[in-house]
Design a protein around this ligand. Structure first.
Ligand code: 8YV
Length: 321
């Protein structure tokens, strides 16, 4: 008999087909999903969800047999890891495979903001160009200073790309990390913001990074500075960011992630100097395929009674401590 699993948000169609072939999949996002999940609650031992969605405390509470939360992503900020640990529930992620695509999107946002892709598209699309409208000049990337906040895999992959565009790269990371020779380390996040033209956020979202990019840091970035965020909306104080963009305290921003997404703050939609994306860092066919493979491998191992290969919670080791 097939095992029941709960799918919280859609995946690539071919991955959902593979899930359907192996499991009895209850889709929480479908119209009758809540009722079907409630009816199967006792039997559901694994949940598959997205990094930006996670699993609510309510659903943790409703699933007494839960043993694995398989995140189709790398962010664990929407899953209560302490609760999972206490209940002996594995939480797996999809490390490594999305690094390049998220860094690519970071680079695309830097390029898009500095070369005014959003404004240019709107000018052409609206017909205003044909009526004599002009796009303000952009800024070249060559020689510009990129500050990377958070120098994990994604931060380092962005540094590599930025070097190819002739940018001068500096970074800040809470712990010491190995960095390529062309990247200078800043002592503090605030110093990094003050010393760069473009500040790219590549930090994990968690309690320690919440609202780290605040009014003071945006003021340090300054009226010519641009902000790019491909990590989590929670890292930025959005009130401060909106005020900074409205008042010209910073020049512009490229944003892929928001607090409360997809219901983003109306002010973002009204600003000209922002390039907005609907959380697309890992959203390519190739990467979603690779992420899906890892999700399937974690489920497979779990249902065989093995430790899911990319579990971030090592239950046996923790139990023996
Ligand atoms: C995905 C993400 O968009 O990796 C993460 O944590 O937020 C993104 O890669 C998401 O997991 C898919 O819903």
């Amino acid at each position: 008999m097939k095992q029941d699993i709960l799918l919280v948000e859609p995946m690539l169609a071919e991955m959902e087909e593979r899930l359907d072939a192996a499991y009895e999949v209850v889709r929480l996002f479908e119209a009758d999903g809540q009722a079907r999940a409630a009816a199967a609650a006792e039997r559901i031992r694994a949940v598959v969800t997205g990094g930006g969605t996670g699993l609510s405390a309510e659903w943790f509470g409703k699933l007494p047999s839960l043993g694995l939360v398989a995140i189709n992503g790398v962010g664990t900020d929407k899953v209560d890891l302490d609760l999972a640990r206490r209940r002996g529930i594995h939480v797996s992620t999809t490390p490594g495979v999305l690094t390049d695509d998220v860094a690519d999107l970071g680079m695309a946002l830097i390029l898009g903001v500095l070369r005014r892709l959003g404004e240019g598209d709107r000018l052409v699309r609206s017909g205003a160009w044909g009526e004599g409208g002009k796009l303000a000049l952009g800024s070249s990337l060559r020689g510009k200073r990129l500050g990377i906040l958070g120098f994990g895999q994604i931060g380092r992959a962005l540094a590599h790309r930025a070097q190819a565009f002739g940018m001068v790269v500096a970074y800040w990371n809470r712990s010491a990390v190995e960095a390529p020779a062309h990247c200078r380390r800043s002592e503090t996040a605030m110093a990094l913001a003050a010393e760069c033209d473009a500040l790219a956020i590549c930090l994990a979202g968690n309690a320690g990074t919440e609202k780290m990019v605040d009014a003071e840091m945006l003021a340090a970035l300054g009226p010519k500075g641009v902000l790019v965020n491909v990590s989590r909306g929670s890292v930025v104080d959005e009130d401060a960011l909106i005020a900074a963009l409205q008042q010209g305290a910073i020049a512009a921003a490229g944003v892929d992630v928001f607090v409360g997404e997809p219901a983003i703050r109306q002010e973002f939609r009204e600003l000209e100097n922002v390039l907005l994306m609907p959380h697309q860092g890992s959203a390519t066919i190739e990467t979603r395929r690779a992420m899906g493979e890892l999700v399937l491998a974690n489920l497979d191992a779990f249902f065989k009674g093995e430790t899911p290969p990319t579990s971030v919670i090592r239950l046996q080791e923790e139990a023996s401590r």
